[in-house]
Write a protein that binds this ligand. Structure first.
Ligand code: BES
Ligand code: MN
Ligand code: ZN
Length: 519
């Protein structure tokens, strides 16, 4: 689907579906007002019928509106006349996207970016609307025989703005929205694929394909032999119980010197090129890539176990974030690292009580083989040092306890650097992909004591998400680090079972903000 921005008079536009937001009491915002004035008060006459409910997000579709140029008119209720909250705006654009889906319109003209949202500019509004459209257009039917059912008719959405300045700002938001959509779709596709298709080898193949598609991305894959040489005993102990070989996937995105670095600068101005410039330290993103987690010998209950194909959603979000960064040509360096394995019961699998040695040299007593994510992550986190990172952010469906703490709406963030954590929290707020900080501290570290090794891989019944992060923190002392636990947010269960693509929006917003500051 194509997204465009245009500025001009609303009366002159031809479209298959004109979308305008309206308020109670006939109060109209500029586009609707002007349209109304030029159509013998047609919009007001429609509102007077009372067919459009006042509640925010209600829609009314009019076919062949007699006074207008367009084939359809979609009125979207903005509720009572007041400035909208961010949540209001998202509700409104989501409702618009669903209403559009019920029509056969191939193109639409959207005036919703003119609605006032507290503390948000037109770029934000365009970004959010573009994301809402992308979200509703997504379907995963590649494994079904009948693939045609869900193809949306809409092929082009144009945002109408009042002037050039607004158009330029909106365009920036649209570009970001498109890139985030591409990242979300990649993350959703990888996550929704079943464990027998999406194996560690499949992820590695996909990473190589990204390296081919985007010249700025360089992919390399470490096989088990190489990991053995590096002493990754924790990671390899997990994959020993599986017939699928583990992979350590590394995707290096070099955006420093990308054309967009020169955006807003005069051509030839300093910077924007790699010459004479010290290599920027990268943001390292580490994603948990358990393509299936049965728990190992500490096996999980059968009910709902299919959902453990989603135990690679952290990895998928790293793929997604890199794609978005490459699409936006963000002028920063990013390294995506994905340790990938299965966790299955087997004659050669980890057993409770086993002690393994990590790449960092710490010995780990595996008291529960189902706490495998931290075992593969700890070696990947140690490996991250090699890239001399500015910051490291790991993303993982790490603990069921995170769902107990925060449910399915909010991801958890923990780490050793409060500035980094704050930037991630802010990015989550802006992108409607919220995270919430959980505490860490020595009292929790105590819970990881082992009688037989340097540390245990579980910390007892209380504060499971925190002790999991504490475990990781033992391997991240040399750099600024944060951990996102996305166990509750990465996918939905029940009738709407499917990946959400989270936290791609948060990660990309963080990277966009970082790139802005780097300029
Ligand atoms: N992948 C799971 C965590 C998980 C469970 C995510 C359910 C989403 C939904 C992880 O590998 C795991 O099994 N964690 C254990 C840790 C425990 C043994 C300390 C858990 O949360 O039960
Ligand atoms: Mn597990
Ligand atoms: Zn797991």
């Amino acid at each position: 689907m194509q997204f465009l921005v245009k500025n001009g008079d609303i009366e002159k536009q031809r479209t298959a579906c004109l979308i305008i937001g309206v308020y109670e009491e006939n109060k109209l915002y500029p586009a609707a007002k002007s349209l109304n004035a030029n159509s013998r008060r047609y919009i007001q006459s429609l509102l007077k019928t009372g067919d459009l409910k006042v509640a925010l997000g209600q829609t009314l579709l009019i076919h062949k509106p007699i006074e207008l140029n367009c084939e359809r008119l979609l009125l979207v209720s903005c509720g009572k006349d007041k400035s909208l909250s961010e949540a209001d705006y998202r509700k409104l654009v989501t409702a618009t996207a669903s209403a559009l889906k019920t029509t056969a319109a191939k193109d639409a003209l959207c005036c919703l970016t003119e609605l006032p949202v507290k503390e948000r500019d037109i770029a934000w509004k365009a970004q959010q609307a573009t994301q809402a459209m992308g979200n509703l257009q997504y379907s995963f039917d590649q494994l079904k025989s009948d693939k045609k059912k869900d193809i949306p008719s809409l092929k082009k959405l144009t945002y109408l703005t009042a002037n050039q300045t607004e158009a330029k700002q909106a365009k920036q938001g649209v570009d970001e929205g498109i890139a985030i959509n591409a990242g979300i779709n990649e993350a959703k596709d990888l996550s929704n694929l079943p464990g027998n298709v999406c194996t560690p080898t499949y992820l590695a193949k996909r990473a190589r394909a990204l390296g081919k598609k985007y010249p700025a991305i360089k992919t390399s894959v470490l096989e088990e032999k190489a990991m053995e040489k590096l002493g990754m005993g924790a990671l390899l102990s997990v994959s020993r119980g599986s017939r699928q070989p583990a992979k350590l996937i590394v995707m290096e995105y070099e955006g420093q010197g990308c054309p967009s670095a020169a955006r807003g600068r005069k051509p030839g101005a300093a910077d924007g090129s790699n010459k004479n410039k010290k290599k920027q330290k990268p943001v390292v993103l580490v994603g948990k890539g358990l393509t299936f987690d049965a728990g190992g010998i500490s096996i999980k209950p059968s009910a709902g176990m299919d959902e453990m194909k989603y135990d690679m959603c952290g990895a998928a979000s790293v793929f997604g974030a890199l794609i978005a960064a490459a699409e936006l040509k963000l002028p920063i360096n990013i390294v995506g690292i994905v340790p990938s394995s299965e966790n299955l019961p087997d004659g050669d699998a980890n057993k409770p009580g086993d002690v393994v040695t990590s790449m960092a040299g710490h010995t780990i007593e595996i008291l529960n083989t189902d706490a495998e994510g931290r075992l593969i992550l700890c070696d990947a986190l140690t490996y991250s040092k090699k890239f001399d990172p500015d910051v490291v952010v790991d993303v993982a469906t790490l603990t069921g306890a995170c769902i107990v703490a925060l449910g399915h709406h909010t991801s958890a963030v923990l780490g050793n650097d409060n500035l980094l954590i704050q930037s991630l929290l802010d990015a989550g707020e802006t992108s409607a992909d919220r995270a919430w900080q959980l505490p860490m501290g020595d009292e929790y570290q105590e819970q990881l004591k082992s009688n037989f090794a340097d540390l245990a891989n579980i910390g007892g019944p209380g504060a499971g998400s925190i002790t999991a992060a504490c475990f990781l923190s033992r391997f991240t002392e040399d750099y600024r680090w944060a951990h996102l636990d996305i166990a509750g947010t990465a996918w939905k269960s029940g009738a709407a079972k499917g990946a959400t693509g989270r936290p791609v929006p948060l990660l990309v917003q963080y990277l966009i903000n970082k790139a802005k500051n780097a300029r």
